[in-house]
Design a protein around this ligand. Structure first.
Ligand SMILES: Cc1ncc(COP(=O)(O)O)c(C=O)c1O
Length: 401
């Protein structure tokens, strides 16, 4: 039959980061020597105590439908986490558990947005924010940040983007793709702007909270400005910190009217997140946290290696980010040059393609994250592999004419 599709599907594009990972996998399968630096997941395994909690849940028959937006045990663990780590008081009726952090955002936007509503998204952004807003038929309003500001949104730029149609502002710290993280002092001026616009909600995506380096103090906006508590959805998850990307558990806390709306969307779409993964997540949040600093020490060492090696590559400039496992070097110095294949590098997509062609290193071009010319490297990969990849990038840059 003739294929057909919804207008909603027509508004979005497939995830470019997944596309790069796929392309690298295909080239590898075809026998090419390829290093993929596109993946957005830790290369560590889920800790054993968490796996064992899942096995126990299966053995105990905790394998049935649960409450739509989360089991009471996990909601209690989430409330305790917010209190312990963020100084935020929530009760279980203010908590949502969804099948992944991405689903939290989807449920929140689906529950609140209508045609023409605006969602402010600072760029470079995680690729899903604008597209989930588009699925809900809202309009993403992209606000550029600057490398010299560490890719952090500044108060005057936020103020200028707010209109009567603004429904949400998205904050993400530490950031995917830049690794930039907002201190309490960075957040305060943004909170001051938002206090002047009481019709705007804040979605703060704190997914990489635990991945910060050099004694950086993580901060989240509802704690920095209690006046925003009623207007903030504080989102987090187990995917990155606990190396649980495949388990699909994300969570958030916010006003009860919103949490109720999100459960309404879930009740007619996914129903609950996986029961077994929910019990495993109780262990993740309540169990020992001592593996985090050990893993962070490895991530920090890799970040320092990658930043240093990229800054020695001709035409690249790489800021040192505070967190996550990404760096976002500018490749402005390579634009207009000719690659070994004879192709002229006109933009960051050309840069990424030529780099993959001539040196077999897969990175994600900056245009995918709304900010060019740059590219994203994920350093959640073995240190020796990163060293090899950065040496290849240096060689590629040196060969540009
Ligand atoms: C900033 C950010 N938020 C949310 C997510 C989604 O997390 P999950 O895998 O739990 O859906 C990701 C995953 O890449 C991310 O980078």
């Amino acid at each position: 039959m003739t294929p057909f599709k919804s207008a909603a599907l027509g508004r979005i594009k497939p995830s470019p980061t997944i596309a790069v990972t796929q392309k690298a996998r295909e080239l590898k399968a075809a026998g090419r020597d390829v290093i993929g630096l596109g993946a957005g997941e830790p290369d560590f395994d889920t800790p054993d105590n968490i796996k064992e909690a899942a096995v126990r849940a299966i053995a105990e028959g905790k394998t049935k439908y649960t409450d739509v937006d989360g089991i009471p045990e996990l909601k209690a663990a989430i409330c305790a986490k917010f209190k312990r780590e963020n100084g935020l008081d929530y009760v279980p009726a203010q908590v949502n558990v969804s099948p992944g952090g991405k689903a939290v955002i989807y449920n929140a936007f689906m529950a609140t947005l209508n045609t023409g509503d605006e969602v402010i998204v600072p760029a470079p952004y995680w690729v899903s924010y604008p597209d989930i807003a588009l699925l809900a038929d809202a309009t993403p309003v992209i606000v550029q940040t600057r490398a010299e500001d560490g890719y952090k949104l500044k108060a005057p730029d936020l103020e200028a983007a707010i209109t009567p149609r603004t429904r949400w502002v998205v904050l993400n710290s530490p950031s995917n793709p830049t690794g930039a993280a907002y201190s309490a002092a960075d957040l305060k001026p943004l909170a001051d702007v938002l206090m002047r616009h009481p019709h705007v909600m804040v979605l703060t995506d704190d997914m990489y909270e635990h991945l910060v380096y050099d004694d950086f103090q993580f901060a989240t906006i509802a704690a920095v400005e209690p006046g925003l508590y009623e207007r903030t959805l504080t989102m987090n998850g187990v995917s990155k910190a606990y190396a649980m990307t495949g388990w699909r558990i994300g969570y958030a806390a916010g006003p009860q009217w919103l949490i109720k709306g999100m459960a309404g969307i879930m009740s007619q779409s996914t129903t609950n997140a996986c029961s077994i993964a929910q019990y495993a997540s109780v262990e993740a949040l309540n169990g020992p946290q001592d593996f985090l600093p050990t893993r962070n020490a490895v991530f920090k060492e890799r970040r320092d290696l990658v930043v240093s090696m990229l800054n020695q590559a001709k035409g690249l400039m790489c800021p040192t980010p505070e967190g996550a496992f990404y760096v976002y070097p500018s490749c402005a110095g390579a634009i207009g040059l000719t690659a070994p294949s004879g192709a002229v590098i006109g933009n960051d997509e050309d840069f990424a393609r030529e780099l993959l062609e001539s040196e077999g290193v897969a990175v994600v071009h900056g245009a995918a994250f709304g900010s060019s010319p740059a590219f994203r490297i994920s350093y959640a990969t073995a240190t020796a592999t990163l060293e090899d990849a950065c040496a290849r990038i240096q060689r590629f840059c040196a060969a540009l004419r």
